[in-house]
Design a protein around this ligand. Structure first.
Ligand SMILES: [Zn+2]
Length: 526
């Protein structure tokens, strides 16, 4: 299955020097090694257009949770969060910001200041798969104006633009925003249009975690479309979903809006992870104004008795808008006395403390210094399926590259381990929601086209030999919310640039993955 969505065909494929040398019904040539892949599906390695392995790649450079899904390239730097640029004077704020989102820093800390420096640091260790970075809007804003809750002055906007252009020149594939997370949430639409215009002139991607996915979902989509229209940028809506009680059953309406914009000439598409629960920091339930000034200021407000009433009220409203306290599962807690709550519902925490769910959020965040992750069970299956079946939607995990043994005990969403095989097993083989060629297209040529990858995502002579061979009868996910650290099954061989990372279902230990830069800059150049 060549990634184009065309029907499958029986054939031979030859690899030479990391590239696909030839693909044809039969190839009559000698080779160092000839492999019979009878019974397996050969496809281009999957491109995870929405990943968050920016930091886990230091601790888990094999990115095994992705490898076993058949992924050969992951796009990092999503949701406004990238580990670069690091402007001088705000290093601490950036580290706080990354930690808040569960990004553990490498043992030697942040040793870089820009994409070039990050590449050098990543380059030093080798990766299981390729990664392709976006630059996050958060670090741009931190560089220009810290965690201030306001619009930038003209000089500050000029600083953001100049830092953005540097990142794009150094090989970033585009810009990402996370408009529910401060400082991204402090940006008005015109700021985003100004930045997206720069992205468009570089023919790069603007990828957005929209301003709301729950009560403000439709206005948030309107804003994203306005940014696309106003800038002419190639626009990607991240992890498209209809979240919360007020949006149940509105998936199709959302898709219709997307299709209308495409018809009107906006270059817009989306991606999705195939689960009915989302995961993010528990601070996502805290109103944006309480985040102003950074993590220390947020904790100050959570501990301020004078603010407890208003905070509890607003957090309570957000909890209800999502799916209520019983639909929120608490993730990892740092302190021993709170560890018993990992994997429990927020309702259970509130009951144990004899307080309201909102008060439990405040106490938990306060005790844990803001660093609590949570899983939100707040999507309807019918919406998840409607979105997955739509031809404008690519598959993207929103997950981290992890190692099932070394990462055990860390809280994560099962999407980090299961996204792609779950689509192939559950939604293609079992539920027949979409055909196998259509599903593979969503994992290969569609994301490649959105990103602007010109030699990945299809089986074509001259393309990179990023290849997956999987068993269509057994491919599937095994990770769930209680036991997320389980590798997917069914990927028998995986090649990255022609080198085996999985052979006969077993990791080879080879790490041929690199950081891919737009414009083809090699890893060592600066
Ligand atoms: Zn996001």
């Amino acid at each position: 299955m060549d990634g184009s969505g065309d029907p499958p065909f029986l054939g031979d494929l030859a690899v030479l020097d990391g590239l696909i040398a030839e693909i044809a019904p039969t190839i009559d040539a000698s080779a160092e090694r000839i492999m019979d892949a009878g019974g397996l599906v050969l496809a281009p390695g999957f491109i995870d257009i929405h990943g968050h392995s920016d930091m886990t790649l230091f601790t888990h450079p094999g990115l095994e949770s992705k490898v076993f899904q058949g992924v050969t390239t992951e796009v990092i730097g999503n949701c406004g969060l990238s580990p670069f640029p690091v402007a001088s004077g705000v290093e601490g704020e950036l580290a706080d910001y990354l930690r808040l989102h569960d990004f553990s820093l490498p043992p030697d800390g942040v040793t870089w200041s820009d994409l070039d420096g990050y590449v050098r640091r990543v380059d030093g260790q080798g990766l299981g798969i390729h990664v392709a970075p976006l630059v996050g809007h958060g670090p741009l804003r931190l560089a220009a104006m810290g965690m201030d809750d306001r619009s930038p002055t003209p000089p500050e906007l000029a600083t953001m633009i100049s830092v953005l252009e540097t990142a794009l020149r150094q090989g970033a594939w585009g810009l990402s925003t996370g408009l529910i997370y401060p400082p991204g949430s402090y940006a008005a639409t015109d700021e985003l249009i100004s930045l997206a215009r720069i992205v468009a002139t570089h023919d790069a991607l603007y990828s957005t975690h929209m301003r709301s996915e729950s009560e403000g979902l439709f206005p948030a989509l309107e804003e994203a479309i306005a940014i696309g229209r106003g800038s002419g940028v190639r626009l990607q809506v991240s992890h498209l979903k209809a979240l919360g009680r007020s949006n149940r059953g509105k998936g199709r309406e959302l898709l219709a809006e997307l299709a209308r914009s495409v018809a009107a000439g906006v270059n817009i598409a989306a991606d999705q992870y195939p689960y009915d629960a989302s995961a993010t920091t528990l601070t996502a339930t805290v109103p944006a104004w309480a985040h102003a000034g950074g993590v220390a200021a947020l904790l100050g407000r959570l501990r301020n008795p004078g603010l407890l009433g208003v905070l509890a009220e607003e957090i309570g409203r957000e909890i209800e808008a999502r799916e209520g306290a019983s639909g929120i599962m608490v993730g990892s807690c740092r302190w021993e006395h709170n560890r018993r709550f990992s994997g429990e519902s927020l309702a259970a925490v509130a009951a144990a403390w004899g307080c309201s769910p909102a008060q439990a959020v405040i106490r938990l965040l306060s005790e844990e210094e803001g660093a609590v992750s949570a899983v939100f069970f707040s999507m309807a299956a019918e919406d998840v399926e409607a979105i997955l079946a739509d031809p404008l939607v690519a598959v993207g995990s929103d997950g981290h590259g992890l190692h099932a043994v070394d990462s055990a005990g860390e809280t994560t969403h099962p999407r980090s381990y299961g996204t792609f095989p779950r689509v192939l097993g559950r939604y293609v083989r079992e539920e027949k929601l979409l055909s196998l060629p259509a599903a593979i297209r969503k994992m290969t040529s569609i994301p490649a086209g959105r990103m602007g990858f010109t030699n990945r995502g299809l089986l074509r002579a001259g393309y990179a030999a990023d290849l997956v061979l999987f068993d269509p009868a057994t491919v599937g996910d095994r990770a769930d919310y209680r036991e997320p650290h389980r590798y997917a099954t069914g990927v028998i061989h995986l090649l990255v640039d022609g080198k085996f990372v999985i052979r006969d279902g077993v990791l080879t230990g080879d790490r041929p993955g690199r950081l891919l830069r737009k414009g083809g800059k090699s890893c060592s150049s600066t």
